[in-house]
Design a protein around this ligand. Structure first.
Ligand SMILES: Nc1ncnc2c1ncn2[C@@H]1O[C@H](COP(=O)(O)OP(=O)(O)OP(=O)(O)O)[C@@H](O)[C@H]1O
Ligand SMILES: [Mg+2]
Length: 308
């Protein structure tokens, strides 16, 4: 399906151009023919049922997965692995709650991981960048405490700080709201929105539920049935577009400023959404991401403890 094209995309630079791509995993088609253009400075909510390919698409943007066809351009250039202009928060983040490493050191580990293969940054530069990102997310003080003493929402702040190291222009945040209660969810969305505006960067933010994002996103990218639709909420979250993306009849209900996507009398984004911080989540293959230098070195458990 062609993405609904909207006025806001016209005449501006494409931060992310996806042109007729197909993606496969283990011989299975995940996306068959998806095209859309995200404009620089947009905050995009990425939605779609479990298995629709949200994570896979982000991995393709990072160059971690080859395209079977089509092209992706990031800021006008073809995808490359380890692109320093992209910050990435992977979906699988299990085990952080049990870590006793100080928040600040946890963020700094990623600063060092980020520069893997590049000339070693000097300690003062790293320290300044860590200070910068901690200030951006308002976590200077809480970063003095160990991860194990922080709430889920506070840990999320530090993960966001990690993604901002090195000053990326595009952030790919994969399910930052998983396992957070509604109050913390709103806090995380508001924080990402304010940082995104302050820095003028582009953000793709995947989520299982649209409602926490409703007041913050510029447009929505909805994946399903091997294709994608990008547009304003009112253009995409509609009966015809979603019925095509789900491959079955979908109803859209609006109640008190909230939107409910229903298949029959079941709310689809409440289906089958396990908390993926648990070991049974989609931990397949995503763990490899951690070595790719996108600013998230938290799998290097306790090995580096640079005091910056
Ligand atoms: N290595 C693999 N081989 C075969 N299929 C895979 C592999 N990795 C993932 N898949 C399948 O690819 C599909 C897309 O997965 P992906 O993780 O991108 O979906 P998602 O939209 O992020 O889902 P979720 O909402 O659960 O995070 C799923 O059906 C998944 O089971
Ligand atoms: Mg996913």
């Amino acid at each position: 399906m062609r993405a609904p094209d909207t006025g806001s995309a016209r005449g501006k630079a494409g931060a992310l151009e996806v042109e007729r791509i197909a993606l496969e995993l283990g011989g299975q088609p995940i996306l068959k023919d998806a095209s859309f253009t995200v404009v620089a400075g947009e905050f995009i909510g990425v939605l779609g049922p479990n298995g629709a390919g949200k994570t896979t698409l982000m991995r393709a943007m990072l160059g971690l997965l080859p395209l079977s066809k089509g092209a992706i351009r990031v800021n006008g250039a073809p995808v490359v692995r380890g692109n320093p202009s992209i910050g990435y928060m992977p979906q699988t983040r299990s085990g952080l709650a049990g870590r006793h490493v100080r928040g600040r050191d946890f963020v700094a580990m990623a600063a060092n991981g980020h520069r893997w293969g590049l000339p070693l940054a000097n300690a003062a530069t790293t320290r300044a960048d860590v200070d910068r990102v901690l200030d951006l997310v308002g976590a200077r003080t809480l970063a003095m405490r160990p991860l194990s003493e922080l709430s889920g929402g506070e840990r999320q702040r530090l993960l966001l700080a990690q993604c901002l190291l090195g000053d990326p222009k595009l952030l790919l945040l994969d399910e930052p709201l998983i396992s957070l209660d509604p109050r913390h969810q709103t806090g995380v969305v508001d924080l990402v929105r304010s940082v995104q505006r302050e820095l003028g960067i582009t953000v793709l933010f995947s989520a299982h539920e649209l409602n926490p994002l409703l007041n913050s996103i510029d447009r929505v990218l909805y994946l399903g049935n091997g294709s994608a639709a990008l547009g304003m909420i009112d253009e995409v979250i509609t009966k015809p577009v979603l019925s095509q993306l789900y491959g079955s009849p979908i109803d859209v209900m609006r109640v008190n400023g909230r939107i409910f996507v229903m298949a029959g009398d079941v709310e689809v984004d409440k289906l089958d959404h396990a908390h993926e911080d648990s070991p049974k989540g989609h931990s397949h293959s995503h763990d490899h991401d951690h070595a790719q230098g996108h600013g998230h070195a938290h799998h290097h458990t306790g090995t580096h403890s640079h005091d910056v």
